[in-house]
Design a protein. Structure first.
Length: 169
């Protein structure tokens, strides 16, 4: 089922929803089409023609309760680290705990990094100090509303990129 990105009235990404639900919001004039489908598809009825949306924006602001932490998922962590190994900079394939879980390290944003297979196996169950290694970039919790969508695995359409950018207005 085709998904549509839903933006708040302030252009803050909220969630994704089905194309059918998005079209209903547009027809009932609760949302505007911000970006049409890349193929230029339209839906036709006896009295109306509606562009198939890729991104819609609510006309009224919806207050969303603050969520303290963005969920840690493999896709979000890889995206945060730009699919690069935190140790050597090559393409990352796995997730590594900086302080191994067997040594009391938490499964949290601040302790997880993307890693290539070679570095992950070489590091194994040791601390960075034991190997003389250093991280290229310190792992941090991502910030911004778009990370909630990335963390939930809801990002897929390349047309959404400008609306999910960290500095989107």
């Amino acid at each position: 089922m085709r998904q549509v990105l839903l933006l708040n009235a302030t252009y803050e990404p909220l969630t994704t929803l089905s194309m059918q639900r998005a079209v209903v919001l547009v027809i009932r004039e609760k949302a505007d089409v911000v970006h049409r489908d890349g193929r230029g598809a339209v839906l036709r009825s006896a009295s109306r023609v509606v562009d198939v949306p890729s991104v819609i924006r609510l006309k009224r602001y919806v207050r969303i309760p603050f969520r303290s932490r963005i969920p840690l998922t493999r896709a979000a962590l890889m995206r945060r680290d730009d699919y690069r190994c935190a140790y050597c900079g090559h393409r990352a394939e796995t997730i590594d705990h900086v302080i191994p879980r067997s040594r009391g390290g938490p499964h949290a944003w601040e302790n997880c990094v993307a890693s290539c297979m070679q570095c992950n196996h070489r590091k194994a169950d040791r601390l960075l100090e034991e190997l003389g290694w250093a991280l290229n970039v310190a792992p941090v919790v991502p910030r911004g509303a778009h990370w909630r969508l990335i963390g939930a695995g809801l990002v897929g359409d390349p047309l959404w990129a400008p609306y999910l950018a960290e500095n989107a207005a």
